[in-house]
Write a protein that binds this ligand. Structure first.
Ligand SMILES: Cc1ncc(COP(=O)(O)O)c(C=O)c1O
Length: 398
């Protein structure tokens, strides 16, 4: 009997157990194909149709600057309304800002504080956001063991760290290094009940979560330029009604008398094209089928993490299903300092052409992989196959 012919799986049919690629995903971006971009969570990436919208807006501004700039306030209001519809936010309580860091500073500037009041942050918090809190008042930093099993354990740890002087809690919605949900709706409700004002860093939420504003924080900010496919420098700040009158632009403008949100959006003769193009990013996710995009991205991140978890010495951290980022701890001696983490990250980028986040931690740093519609399973396999050798070198360097 003749041997049955066996054909190699085509690229459209991944081997069993591998998540399939998102059809047409890579073609929507113009990323360097030699590089495995497994770090969407840091800077995002702008799809070509959104780049084209922004380029057309720039051309319009250059063709007739007077007409363009005079039309900006009305067009921003329209763009804001489109973003609000995507996020299920109140358009009157939402303002465009340049990034999460600016949102944090605006929010913290608006919270009423007296001498002796304290702000609670966690050790998973993003550096610039924690710095914004520390500039405003003394901070108490809650250490969250990265192995805490679930949102309830996180919630109990945060609540146990409150002091009678805690007035504000600044919490990640999804933490950057560890990809954990910290500001769960239940934790926010418990803090509200205790009279603590909540400021939520939702840098990773728009485009990654189906309901990014579900928790009902006093202040919430989120980047559109990470998972929302928007141009760089696009973010939003959402403010609960009772706090809106206290929100002041960091730099006063001619629009100050309009109050929030218009007052904080005006930056005189700045480049507004990113904000005006930003709704196209969220529209694109809807057109691609947002649920499918989310399912694909989280399956791919899970696949990448599973491959890395097979490497001796790597420990997967607890995760929340559905997120497009996963984190693992590296072995002792690797990335224990910021310099060590940077050296490993840069070596992986330069020699292996793989972009990932490596974060520092005493006792062994961490690695975070992301999933996005332009990624393919083979990119994670390339990282997993080569990483042991790089870890060995990192330990011998330390
Ligand atoms: C959780 C978190 N917060 C804040 C930021 C800061 O964002 P931006 O640089 O846009 O201000 C980041 C950036 O990666 C982040 O991951």
């Amino acid at each position: 009997m003749p041997e049955p012919t066996r054909s190699a799986p085509s690229p459209a049919e991944p081997p069993a157990g591998h998540p399939a690629g998102f059809p047409g995903g890579p073609a929507l971006f113009r990323l360097d194909p030699r590089v495995a971009h497994l770090n969407h969570g840091s800077f995002g990436a702008v799809p070509l149709p959104v780049q084209e919208t922004q380029a057309a807006l720039r051309a319009e501004a250059h063709a007739d600057p007077d007409a363009f700039f005079l039309s900006v306030p009305d067009r921003l209001a329209a763009a804001r309304a489109r973003i609000a519809a995507h996020l299920a936010a109140d358009p009157d309580g939402l303002a465009f800002v340049s990034n999460a860091t600016e949102g944090a500073n605006l929010a913290l500037d608006a919270v009423p504080l007296a001498d002796g009041d304290e702000i609670l942050v966690t050790d998973h918090g993003y550096g610039t956001v924690v710095a914004a809190a520390a500039r405003r008042a003394p901070v108490t930093t809650v250490a969250l063991d990265p192995h805490l099993p679930d949102e309830d354990a996180v919630r109990e740890t945060v609540l146990a760290a409150l002091t009678p002087r805690t007035r504000v809690a600044v919490l990640d919605h999804i933490s950057s290094p560890t990809a954990r949900i910290i500001a769960s709706p239940r934790l926010l409700a418990d803090l509200r009940e205790r009279g603590v004002t909540t400021v939520v860093d939702g840098a990773h939420a728009p485009g990654m979560l189906a309901h990014p504003l579900a928790g009902g924080a006093d202040f919430w900010f989120g980047n559109l330029h990470k998972w929302g496919y928007a141009p760089s420098g696009s973010a939003v700040l959402a403010v609960a009604p009772q706090h809106r009158p206290r929100v002041r632009a960091l730099v006063p403008s001619w629009e100050d008398h309009h109050g929030f949100p218009r007052s904080v959006e005006n930056r005189a003769t700045a480049d507004y094209t990113g904000w005006l193009a930003a709704p196209d990013g969220l529209d694109l996710i809807e057109r691609l089928d947002a649920a499918k995009v989310r399912a694909h991205n989280s399956a791919l991140a899970a696949h990448g993490a599973a491959l890395l978890a097979d490497i001796p010495g790597l420990t997967p951290l607890p995760h929340t299903d559905g997120l497009a980022m996963r984190a693992l701890l590296l072995p002792p001696g690797v990335a224990e300092t910021p310099d060590g983490a940077r050296a490993l990250r840069e070596e992986l980028a330069a020699r292996l052409r793989v972009r990932v986040l490596i974060w520092p931690r005493q006792g062994g740093g961490g690695i975070r992989v992301c999933g996005q519609i332009y990624n393919r399973p083979g990119e994670y396999a390339r990282l997993a196959a080569a990483l042991p050798e790089y870890l060995g070198r990192a330990v011998s360097r330390a």
